[in-house]
Design a protein. Structure first.
Ligand code: HEM
Length: 397
């Protein structure tokens, strides 16, 4: 553990799998909070982006996401992904030089269909929505100095000249999201839209007590959270494949073995269990070249004594992904790409061994009850999920 201060906030950086497992997993009931973010959460996001909310406010949204992103809806979502994967493959063939753009189109199409039931319309002007997402990301923790000193937000408003900039971003976010959301909502209400997260939300399948605007933010947040992550995962997959051709060819051989080597058919969801090396490849990829070196901090909601240390309520814990992934005690020769290290019979538990999806109760997938915790004696003392399989399919991993 490394203790530091970021502005007026106390930070404890967790540098090993064991510490994350202990503090996020076993002490999850008190380490699940979020610190205040007066600018990026309260003002820019109007307190409606669940990912930044403290437990209160977050937990109901979390339940709703879980309810609407699992169960019978999953079959539709998998179908969307199969179709979009086929489109991606055909785009690779048509213009391989544009692979980078194809990844963006694929990722956006999959998550847009899950969220709204329809593919994104390429003629839509999405500049304002993109700008809103950019404003959020560029002011998310820890990039925004004012949120490192949350007490400043209690000063009289005239002593906070910086607020105006954030209020303008909040207004622009609201305007951009509202104009994007309005036709989607109309089409759902008129019964013209296929099943989707937004349709279930509008028809209140999950009995969400939030306002119409809360629903809009929940649906828009899903697209925000799901598209760039998937795009980056695909880009990293290409990087990994071209720099580790031996492993890539072994992965390819495994697919040929299962699906035939004359292009008989494409792999499907049902094949996943027969493709351990592919799963191991993805897990190693997420360790070797991560999407996130930083995932949002978890705030302690009560004083905590832990292994002789005293942490006051309000301490922020953060996972040091780079340090953990390069820890030679956990991963032999950590700099080299070795999918084999994951061939342990648990390959399909795609989240097992990775904190890339967060930690503790806030980590994905949304189904907390499916998360089981390894004991510390096991090789990767972290939370994994039996539904990791389904979730990995959803994100294209
Ligand atoms: C490789 C792909 C992905 C990675 C690495 C990833 C990672 C993360 C992380 C680290 C968090 C924060 C967890 C925490 O608070 O501790 C998060 C939250 C979230 N992600 Fe993802 N994600 C991925 C894909 C997706 C996809 C495809 C979706 C949509 C279907 C999605 C939707 C969300 C949502 C809605 C949240 C906020 C959850 C909450 O407030 O509880 N993510 N993700």
């Amino acid at each position: 553990m490394t203790t530091t201060h970021l502005g007026s906030k106390l930070w404890v950086v967790l540098n090993s799998n064991r510490l994350v497992s202990e503090l996020y997993g076993k002490k999850g009931s008190v380490t699940n909070g979020r610190p205040p973010y007066p600018m990026v959460s309260d003002i820019i996001s109007e307190g409606r982006r669940s990912v930044l909310l403290p437990t209160e406010g977050w937990s109901e949204r979390r339940r709703v996401m879980h309810q609407l992103l699992s169960g019978s809806a999953m079959a539709n979502y998998q179908e969307y992904q199969v179709e979009e994967s086929n489109n991606l493959l055909s785009s690779y063939l048509e213009s391989p030089q544009h692979w980078y753009t194809h990844h963006r189109v694929y990722s956006n199409s999959v998550i847009h269909r899950i969220a709204f039931g329809e593919k994104p319309n390429p003629n839509d002007d999405i500049r304002a929505v993109t700008q809103a997402q950019f404003d959020f990301l560029m002011n998310a923790p820890p990039y925004n100095l004012w949120d490192c000193f949350p007490e400043l937000a209690r000063l009289p408003k005239f002593l906070q000249p910086w607020r105006g900039k954030f209020a303008a971003m909040g207004q622009a976010t609201n305007d951009a999201y509202s104009s994007y959301w309005a036709p989607i909502q109309r089409s759902i209400e008129q019964g013209k839209s296929p099943q989707s997260f937004a349709r279930d939300l509008v028809f209140n399948e999950a009995k969400f007590t939030g306002s119409e605007k809360d629903k809009m933010f929940l649906a828009m947040q899903l697209v925000e959270a799901g598209s760039d992550t998937t795009r980056l995962a695909l880009n990293i997959f290409v990087l990994t494949s071209v720099t580790n051709t031996k492993h890539f060819l072994r992965a390819r051989t495994e697919i040929d073995r299962v699906c035939g080597n004359k292009g008989e058919r494409l792999p499907g969801f049902d094949d996943e269990k027969d493709l351990p090396y592919i799963n191991a490849f993805v897990k190693e990829m997420l360790r070797w070249r991560r999407i996130f070196d930083w995932t949002p901090e978890h705030m302690l909601t009560e004083d905590l004594e832990f292994e002789g240390y005293f942490f006051p309520k309000g301490t922020n814990f953060v996972i040091n992904h780079a340090s953990i992934a390069n820890d030679p005690a956990a991963y032999e020769d950590p700099q080299s790409f070795r999918p084999e290290r994951w061939l342990d019979g648990r390959e399909t538990e795609i989240m097992g061994g990775s904190w890339q999806f967060g930690g503790g109760r806030r980590r994905e997938p949304f189904d907390d009850k499916d998360i089981r915790h390894f004991t510390l004696e096991e090789p990767f003392p972290i939370a994994v999920t039996s539904r990791g399989e389904a979730w990995a399919k959803l994100i294209g991993a």
